[in-house]
Design a protein around this ligand. Structure first.
Ligand SMILES: *Cc1c(COP(=O)(O)O)cnc(C)c1O
Length: 402
């Protein structure tokens, strides 16, 4: 039996053993509350502070006080949007994109329906690139915050967030980026950036689930989402998730050390996987912006078949991948990201994401390349769109978006 192959790192990553080792003492001897005055707190508050500096260093932030620990990337995103509106009551508009993670889109929808906020959702082109003209047209002094993701979780497509942030500043709007997929994979230098706020999540960079952080540039007007105690300088109440925070700090340090590896070895593995699939299988193509993309991600649309069926057969072969994002799989419609790029219905359904990590090996890529042609051929034999020698001129039924 072959060892399992995990290529779903954009959904979550394995906790690095060195991260776990760093965390363990804080479950046992070092269990104190960092806010306590007695000796049980000694070492604990310092460990939280060290983690803050480790995250600061990964982000290239100027001050460690700019890092606010949260419970997840979703909380960081929620905090950014709510804070911007509450701290700038004269501005009641938000600009975001159509391809954001649900942790932005659902918040915007709620604010629009229940709080009377105007939301501008900027479209993307067929390669997933932001329509800059539409963004420029939406910018005004009514905009409280612009929120664009750094990297798309489904395709890996990068938005030019530095330039987009500069444009937001010109109308006095705050700029937030959901960088959950980018942090740890791409170098960051927030000290010299127009970005005011940035979200990250531990479990996407080999730290545990249930911890994240919001970067908040010094001097940015802010209102907390959670009120209570004075933790995180009163910006995020609640006793610190010390074990998670310590793990996130260590993971940040490891990610910084592995940044070169990510952009050389992991990128090469990803490219080999992509080239191998494109060369051995007909009627498939890469979705997203191939030139501006995370080094670990490739999303391939296999025409005339179902992504769910591909995943099932891959899973039987011991290989874990994803169709769309974990949050959209399970529904029958293609993901909002595929639809936004206008990927034809028959191809969007077969879109499959492979997301690698520094744990990925050459043997993992070989395994996928060995089984993939056979899986696709089998499924196409069952497809109503596929005849003996290729796609049918007249499929058994006409597909359409709902
Ligand atoms: C995973 C993810 C999130 C959510 O992070 P959690 O820590 O799971 O809440 C937000 N945005 C993007 C782009 C993601 O990939």
């Amino acid at each position: 039996m072959n060892a399992p192959v995990y290529l779903d790192n954009n959904a979550t990553t394995r906790v690095d053993p060195a991260v776990l080792a760093e965390m363990l003492p804080f479950f046992t001897e070092l269990f104190g509350n960092p806010s306590s005055m007695h000796h049980y707190a000694a070492g604990v508050a310092e460990a939280v502070q060290l983690a803050r500096r480790q995250v600061q260093s990964l982000l290239g932030a100027k001050h460690d006080s700019e890092i606010i620990f949260t419970s997840c990337g979703t909380e960081a995103n929620n905090t950014a949007l709510y804070s911007a509106l509450a701290a700038n009551p004269g501005r009641r508009e938000i600009i975001t994109s159509v391809v954001e993670h649900p942790a932005i889109l659902a918040v915007c929808e709620h604010l629009e329906k229940n709080e009377g906020v105007t939301v501008h959702r900027i479209p993307v082109d067929a390669k997933g690139r932001l329509e800059i003209g539409a963004y420029q047209a939406a910018l005004s002094d009514k905009v409280a915050i612009v929120s664009f993701m750094s990297a798309n979780n489904e395709t890996g497509t990068l938005f030019p967030v530095e330039e987009l942030a500069v444009m937001a500043k010109e109308v006095g709007a705050l700029f937030h980026t959901d960088a959950v997929q980018a942090v740890g994979k791409l170098p960051m230098n927030l000290a010299d950036s127009a970005i005011d706020m940035l979200s990250l999540s531990g479990h996407k960079l080999h730290a545990p689930k249930g911890v994240g952080a919001l970067y908040l540039k010094r001097g940015t007007r802010f209102r907390p989402l959670l009120r209570g105690g004075h933790q995180e300088r009163g910006r995020r109440a609640g006793t610190e998730n010390v074990t998670g925070i310590v793990g996130l700090g260590k993971a940040a340090e490891l990610a910084q050390a592995a940044m070169e590896h990510e952009n050389t070895v992991v990128r090469t593995l990803r490219d080999r996987l992509q080239t191998g699939i494109l060369q051995s299988i007909s009627h498939c193509f890469v979705t997203g912006d191939i030139e501006h993309r995370l080094p670990n991600t490739v999303n391939i649309a296999f025409e005339y078949i179902e992504g769910e069926a591909i995943l099932l057969l891959l899973s039987r072969a011991g290989i874990a991948a994803s169709s769309g994002s974990a949050c959209t799989s399970g529904s029958l419609e293609p993901s909002h990201v595929m639809r936004a790029m206008n990927i034809p219905y028959t191809a969007a359904h077969g879109s499959t994401r492979f997301s690698l990590s520094r744990d990925t090996t050459d043997a993992d890529v070989d395994r996928v390349l060995a089984v993939m042609p056979e899986i696709i051929a089998r499924l196409r034999q069952l497809s109503p769109y596929w005849g003996k020698d290729g796609p049918k001129a007249t499929p058994d039924f006409a597909p359409a978006y709902a």
